[in-house]
Design a protein around this ligand. Structure first.
Ligand code: XMP
Length: 513
């Protein structure tokens, strides 16, 4: 695809994906590459600029990540952030040392003064907050560089060699705590790299459709559609590109939220593709009968899902392409291999062994989640699909605690629908990243009318989070909680008590199972 490209060279910092997203928000395409990528490969990408990310190391330590110094001789502008800034200084003959005293070490929000004559600070206020996180100090900046920002404790918050197009900042412009951080990144892209701003979703859609058509030719494509954002957008894009050559298999396991299966089906009715909805509720419930242990439930659902999909694929016969909704964070995410398994996530993956196909098609593999949603809107998918909150592959099976029955699932569906309706009606869905109801297996005594009840307790869960790795419980207004509680207890038989989950993650997880 003929877009200008910026390379984000990854030195292991925790905000690297955020840097890439900021660049793309500025309508410039970028890719994240590990710092070990050979120079020849980087050159072949023909970038208009390179951004060195932060990282946990110190440049003077033995074995710390380095770059080939030749990167500074091929005439491409470089912006170094934090470690990236120190690395540039170190490589070009400056001196980086551990901060001698507490004052030179900076963490958190720091008042900063910018030289607005420098291209990267053009149009910014002269003073603002920048977010720092560094324990090292540039004792001497390389020859040819000038100081273009300072704080009370640090004379060289930003350095610049305007002639060469090299800039370095000690702070993190990509995080929200930094005022005008994105403006600085935009300046680097447009004032220094002279970007054309040619990355827009409309262009991407058109280019992707053309590329899919060329690759697929008159071949057949198969996609497992879950109804989640990624597989839905992938389906819409493929439907737009190759229409009736596409078959989407939607395995309805009976563990979806209220009306969800019908909504997914309706959303795709406008395309001329083959849509196969497999009603597999009874076979999933039969397999899950009497199973209480969460990991066991996940395993059964994952395996059964593959089995159903495999059977449908056999009916369709050999296909040329198996499509998957892989997105960019899945591609660049690394280092997760050693992490302890807290919950084995079941997703529509691991299918290739079971289906007869020639090649894999992953048309979203360069997009971030926000961009996938944008593309969905561009393809005119309904908003309820595009802005859908995350929903686990095993669905409501892990939101009915313990033993599953159809009755319990229906009870949960009704309660969850009321909860979601009220949260959305109050506009709170904009502030909360994920919210759902959980049917516990605790029953308690209540009184309704003049009679005693002995019914289930429902838990409401709502969290705010940016990455779903950590989360805080959402501060839903009491009056709204009250309204939800009254409606559920009155409208849903079998529930006589409502609790609100006020634990963050960690120590709890977002889901209950
Ligand atoms: P936890 O409960 O681990 O959830 O804090 C983090 C995020 O992952 C979702 N989740 C799953 N997604 N398959 C999925 O596809 C799963 O088995 C699964 N379990 C949890 C959860 O909804 C939250 O967004």
């Amino acid at each position: 695809m003929a877009h200008q490209t910026v390379i984000v060279l990854d030195f292991g910092g925790q905000y690297n994906q955020l840097i890439a997203r900021r660049v793309r928000e500025c309508n410039v395409y970028c890719e994240v590459k590990p710092y070990t990528t050979p120079l020849a490969e980087l050159k072949a990408m023909n970038p208009i600029g390179i951004i060195f990310t932060g990282g946990p190391n110190s440049v003077y330590e033995e074995g710390s990540p380095k770059v080939d110094p030749e990167i500074f001789t091929w005439g491409v502008p470089v912006l170094g952030i934090c470690y990236g800034c120190q690395l540039m200084a170190h490589t070009l003959g400056g001196q980086v040392t551990p901060a001698q005293d507490d004052t030179a070490r900076e963490y958190g929000k720091t008042e900063t003064w910018y030289n607005t004559n420098s291209p990267i600070f053009k149009g910014l206020p002269q003073q603002g907050i920048s977010w720092m996180s560094h324990g090292d100090y540039m004792a001497q900046v390389p020859q040819g560089f000038e100081l273009v920002a300072h704080s009370a404790n640090c004379p060289n918050v930003a350095i610049a060699n305007e002639e060469k197009g090299f800039y370095g900042v000690q702070y993190h412009p990509e995080v929200n705590h930094t005022e005008n951080g994105v403006k600085m990144i935009r300046n680097f892209l447009y004032e220094v790299c002279h970007a054309a701003g040619d990355w827009t979703m409309e262009d991407y859609k058109n280019t992707a459709i053309a590329a899919i058509r060329e690759k697929v030719g008159d071949g057949k494509v198969l996609l497992a559609l879950s109804g989640g954002v990624d597989s839905s957008v992938c389906a819409a894009l493929l439907a737009e590109a190759v229409g009736s050559q596409l078959t989407c298999v939607f395995v309805d396991h009976g563990l979806m939220r209220k009306n969800e299966g019908d909504e997914v089906e309706a959303a795709f009715s406008k395309w001329a593709m083959n849509f196969v909805r497999v009603d597999a509720e009874s076979r999933f419930l039969a397999k899950l009968a009497g199973v209480e242990e969460p990991e066991h439930k996940r395993k059964i659902i994952g395996e059964e899902f593959i089995r159903v999909f495999e059977e449908e694929a056999k009916k369709i016969g050999a296909v040329d392409f198996l499509a998957q909704g892989t997105i960019y964070p899945d591609v660049i995410e690394s280092g997760a291999g050693d992490a302890a398994v807290i919950k084995s996530h079941h997703n529509v993956g691991g299918l290739p062994d079971y289906v007869d196909f020639k090649e894999i098609l992953e048309p979203l593999r360069l997009l971030f989640k926000d961009e996938v949603r944008q593309l969905g809107r561009e393809l005119q998918l309904p908003e309820y699909l595009v802005s859908r909150q995350p929903f686990p592959g095993p669905g409501l099976a892990i939101r009915v605690i313990g033993d599953l029955t159809k009755e319990k699932l229906d009870t949960l569906r009704d309660a969850d629908a009321i909860y979601r309706e009220e949260i959305a009606a109050a506009g709170e869905d904009k502030n909360i990243n994920q919210y759902f109801a959980v049917l516990t297996n605790t029953r308690s005594v209540g009184v309704m009318g003049d009679g005693r009840t002995y019914d289930y307790t429902l838990a409401l869960r709502a969290v705010t989070t940016s990455d779903f790795m950590t989360a805080d419980w959402a501060r839903i207004p009491y009056d709204l909680l009250d309204k939800i509680s009254v409606r559920i207890v009155n409208e849903v038989p079998g529930i006589n008590r409502i609790c609100y989950d006020i634990t963050s993650k960690p120590p709890a997880t977002i889901e209950w199972e």
